[in-house]
Design a protein around this ligand. Structure first.
Ligand code: FAD
Length: 164
């Protein structure tokens, strides 16, 4: 068989059918897994997780979670859009539902009921997170943190311009 004939044979018998099959299967997968609507009841529902008995794991989980929360607030936009504000508010409520220590999550939901998330700006969000952390600190008889230093402590040091 001549090379050109072999090329056309491969093109029509192998390459093109494979291409259309892959394209169709990706398209089908997109169609059968649409993003579900997230309604308000899901966001503000009750605690999902069971109790976490192990004190060491509870403390480690707490440290890493506070670090995540404070760093997130420290990098939240200074002037967020409505969408960004709602994203942060939803995250905090979902975080309180899904926090892996059930008894901590129950206490945290009670705090959220009294002190709803402040999402109007980076400063508001950072100060809110610092304040609710201090409420937990107080209950656990830990030192109260100076919220005036929170921006300095949790700036992540990333090169924003290069990573934008
Ligand atoms: C939402 C949530 C609820 C929790 N509920 C409970 C609970 O009910 N029972 C329980 O036993 N544990 C709970 N924990 C864990 C608890 O808060 C601590 O994380 C854990 O006891 C370890 O404490 P730590 O002394 O190492 O410091 P952490 O409180 O974990 O703090 C870590 C570091 O953050 C800094 N920091 C401290 N306070 C602040 C602040 N206000 N703002 C900014 N930075 C601060 C300090 O540098 C500190 O060393 C909870 C954690 C979270 C995230």
């Amino acid at each position: 068989m001549r090379p050109l004939s072999l090329f056309f044979l491969l093109l029509f018998v192998v390459i093109l059918p494979s291409f259309f099959y892959l394209k169709a299967s990706i398209h089908t997968r997109e169609q059968i897994t649409p993003l579900p609507e997230i309604n308000k009841d899901v966001i503000t529902g009750p605690v999902v997780m069971p109790q976490l008995g192990n004190a060491t794991i509870k403390a480690e989980l707490g440290r890493s979670s506070w670090n995540l929360l404070h760093t997130m607030m420290g990098r939240f936009p200074e002037h967020p859009t409505t969408d960004e504000k709602e994203a942060l508010r939803s995250f905090i409520y979902l975080f309180s539902r899904l926090y892996p220590c059930g008894e901590c999550a129950t206490e945290f939901q009670a705090i959220l009921a009294r002190y709803p998330p402040q999402v109007s700006s980076r400063v508001a969000a950072s100060q809110w997170a610092c304040a609710v952390h201090n409420i937990v600190n107080q209950r656990l008889q830990k030192e109260i943190f100076d919220c005036g230093t929170v921006a300095e402590k949790y700036k992540c040091g990333c090169d924003d311009e290069k990573n934008a």
